[in-house]
Design a protein around this ligand. Structure first.
Ligand code: B1M
Length: 212
């Protein structure tokens, strides 16, 4: 088994300390941070998601895997941020919508946006509509919303409506994402942008700031 496979396997087993150690080992072997992320950590979480859907693993195991993912991400974060020390490309406020506590994708998008030179404010998870509006009033140029549940994606539209009501819709752009969100859904609720993954979120944010 190579190191990336070992990361995937240990993430599946929820072995946080081992995932952390193997993430460092993969970097020491010369594997790029992007490959460790995609082919080690995200690959592992994808397997966990599939097993969860098929009722082969349950919530406690998924939570252990999420902790292991965080442990690996903590090793990668400084490297993913490295390229971001230039002048600000814009201010992004990022939150997981109300009722939703999934944080991993949102955190990853935040790290990659920071790495690309954006100033990112993390609004956290289970974020009420007003908190997004406050962030926009406090200078955020892009409001980013993440949702992973079909039941919580419905909280995205009220944020867009509230921004409009506060007279901010023209000045502030909205970007949405999460594994159940689609471009069609973004269009249907009047979001300015949608991104299927963290890399595309950077491209979309640049486009929304008129930098692309
Ligand atoms: Co939950 N969960 N979960 N879960 N969970 C999913 C999302 C699910 C698809 C699993 C399944 O059934 N296969 C399913 C949702 C089904 C649906 O609604 N259609 C589900 C469910 C049902 C639930 C609960 C309801 C289970 C229960 O209680 N019975 C519950 C809900 C809790 C709540 O939020 N109120 C729940 C709980 C949890 C845990 C707490 C155990 C844990 C989260 C821990 C944490 O985040 N700290 C968890 C996890 C880990 C998952 C899975 C397995 C993995 C999610 C993840 O982190 N993926 C997930 C199954 C899956 O996705 N395959 C599942 C890795 C991450 C890098 O990807 O988040 O998609 P992702 O982010 C990507 C893109 O989507 C995109 O970029 C990211 C990076 O590439 N992106 C954006 C995300 N946000 C973006 C924002 C942007 C742009 C791009 O712009 C702003």
């Amino acid at each position: 088994m190579d190191t990336l496979q070992a990361i995937t396997e240990n993430l599946k087993e929820g072995q946080a300390a081992k995932v952390k150690e193997l993430t460092q080992a993969a970097l020491d072997e010369g594997i790029s941070p992007d490959d460790v992320l995609d082919s080690g950590l995200i690959a592992g979480m994808t397997v966990v998601g599939k097993l969860f859907k098929e009722n082969e693993v349950f919530l406690p195991e998924v939570m252990m895997s999420a902790k292991a993912m965080d442990a690996g991400m903590a090793v990668l974060e400084p490297l993913l941020l490295k390229s971001g020390k230039h002048e600000s490309k814009g201010k992004v406020a990022l939150g997981t919508v109300q009722g939703d506590v999934h944080s991993i994708g949102k955190n990853l998008v935040g790290i990659v946006l920071k790495g690309a030179g954006f100033e990112v404010t993390d609004l956290g998870v289970n974020t009420p509509t007003q908190k997004f509006v406050d962030a926009a009033q406090n200078g955020a140029q892009i409001i980013g919303m993440s949702a992973l549940l079909t039941t919580t994606m419905q909280h995205m539209q009220p944020v867009i409506d509230a921004l409009e009501k506060a007279g901010l819709k023209g000045r502030v752009k909205t970007m949405i994402g999460g594994c159940i969100v689609t471009q069609e859904y973004a269009d249907s609720i009047g979001a300015d942008g949608y991104a299927p993954d963290a890399g595309s979120a950077v491209d979309k944010a640049k486009e929304l700031m008129g930098l692309a």
